[in-house]
Design a binder for this molecule. Structure first.
Ligand code: UDP
Length: 215
């Protein structure tokens, strides 16, 4: 008669998320496991590592999953897998995350320690905000967006689906009439300073951020 919580992904990010999940959902009858399909270790940091089919057959009264894999395409595939199997997807939120007024996010968010979402922020499903990142007022963020550590997303920014924002990137503040837009599937490189809109699908780097030409 246990609740089973599976952290999908037993690599670096998954191991970071596990201790937050334990704190958030701890209870006498809760078992926490890693789900990983690579078929490697059988335990990691004291938790069993099981593949998806073993997770589904493991005895439990009810089960749920948090997907702790940075790659948005993999997150999307695994989200569909959970939905198909009728396994609910949970969000994970560190105890010291700051959520201001009028914040909403979809299922499957992972908000790591020291993340702030300040005011009037709307976010889609499966958002990952790594340590020390913030999203300031009046931002709109799509589905499967990923922030590496310490992303600074200032006010009135719109980030479209599946964009990836690298460590320490700074997104310049937009205005209510003209938000700064990061296009769908774009990648913002580590430490980039983004001062103007980024088209969908491109990679930008540097200060001020410029499109990285493919060689
Ligand atoms: N993985 C999985 N099923 C999949 C795709 C990936 O279990 O369909 C696992 C993979 O075996 C690896 C982890 O997810 O252990 C992803 O780790 P990676 O280091 O690539 O990403 P990060 O931890 O940085 O998000």
């Amino acid at each position: 008669m246990t609740r089973l919580i599976g952290i999908y992904g037993a690599s670096g990010f998954g191991r970071e998320v596990m201790s937050i999940a334990r704190e958030q959902y701890s209870g006498e009858r809760t078992e926490f496991v890693f789900i990983d399909d690579a078929g490697g270790e059988s335990t990691s940091n004291g938790h069993a590592v099981v593949n998806w089919s073993r997770f589904l057959s493991r005895p439990a009264q009810d089960r749920c999953v948090a997907i702790a894999i940075a790659d948005s395409r993999i997150r999307e595939v695994l989200t569909d897998r959970c939905v198909e199997a009728g396994v609910p997807i949970r969000s994970i939120q560190a105890g010291n995350v700051w959520l201001g007024d009028a914040i909403s996010h979809g299922e499957g968010a992972i908000l790591q320690p020291f993340v702030s979402l300040t005011a009037n922020v709307r976010i889609g499903r499966s958002f990952h905000a790594n340590i020390y990142s913030y999203v300031a007022h009046d931002c709109v963020i799509g589905d499967y967006v990923t922030f590496a550590p310490r992303v600074m997303c200032n006010g009135n920014v719109r980030i479209e689906d599946r964009a990836y924002i690298g460590t320490g990137a700074i997104l310049r503040q937009g205005t209510p009439d003209k938000p700064l837009v990061i296009g769908a599937g774009a990648t913002v490189g580590m430490g980039a300073v983004v001062t103007k809109d980024v088209p969908p699908g491109v990679t930008v780097i540097g200060n001020p951020a410029r499109i990285m030409e493919k060689r």
